[in-house]
Design a protein around this ligand. Sequence first.
Ligand SMILES: C[S@@+](CC[C@H](N)C(=O)[O-])C[C@H]1O[C@@H](n2cnc3c(N)ncnc32)[C@H](O)[C@@H]1O
Length: 304
Amino acid sequence: MTDHRAYLEAKRTVDDRALNRRVLERFEAILAARSAPVRIVELGAGVGAMIARLAAWDRLPADVVYRAVDRDQVSIERARERVPEWLRANGYEVDRLGTGSDDEGEHSARTTFVAHSGERRLEITLEVADAFAIEDTADAVIAAAFLDIVSLEEAIPDLEELLVPDGVLYAPITFDGGTTFAPRDPIDDRLEREYHRHMDDVRPGGGSRVGRRLLTQLPGAGWDVLEAGGSDWIVRPRDGRYPAEERVFLEHLLETIDDALAALPEPALDSADRQRWLERRRGELEGSELVFVAHNLDVLARRC
Ligand SMILES: C[S@@+](CC[C@H](N)C(=O)[O-])C[C@H]1O[C@@H](n2cnc3c(N)ncnc32)[C@H](O)[C@@H]1O
């Protein structure tokens, strides 16, 4: 079994390539126009890769208060180790701030760091919490690879509650109905349909086409979609090896697909076909031949 947090760390370089730069530039410009300190809340932040990325890419304004929440305690513990390391590697000085009874060491619900680089100040709180049980008044909410695993109908009113009246939602890497592998296998199309059926009918919340649903449901709920663009994941070997930790990303993904198919009622594929497919894909991964493409959308929207 691959570890979910190792998967999230391995996903970082895949997302780095995939993120739609046009959508990100608009988000950056909107943040830059807000008065300091700019308050950002990230939901389902995982191991904190987005904080590190935005800081490393200089996409944040000079004075930011960033609250990152995830309900998975182990992910937040990992973020507490990795985020300061990633920031220091990018020239930030990082100090841990005591937050009284909230900050009681390794397993505390909430830890705050302050990171400085030149004139930049970034205050980061990493917190174990349910995204839909927190209160805040943020200039921006970030939900990366998150809205496709929760109920959109329930999430949209909660997002409105978290934002100032003209605040923005940045929802990058929202899955949008494409899971493909190369070289092709005769059961790939059926397998993709079955995997997406699991997201739509079995998994609680989310779905296989949330990216495009955001483009209609947000305006339907009175939001203005400011930008949207593709952010497809493309993972392929280069010079006989996968970049960074991307082999771990693919191992985890194959496992996730197989688990999803095994949980389907009335499966369209029999278990021998599934097993053959999995062994073939693991063999191709081992031989650094497997190519994976998934379709995602990045969406930037303003409450209005
Ligand atoms: C696919 S991961 C994405 C993590 C991170 N945003 C990234 O892109 O690397 C989804 C994350 O959402 C978290 N999550 C799911 N439901 C949640 C909820 N109701 N409240 C807080 N976090 C939640 C999971 O624990 C997981 O870390």
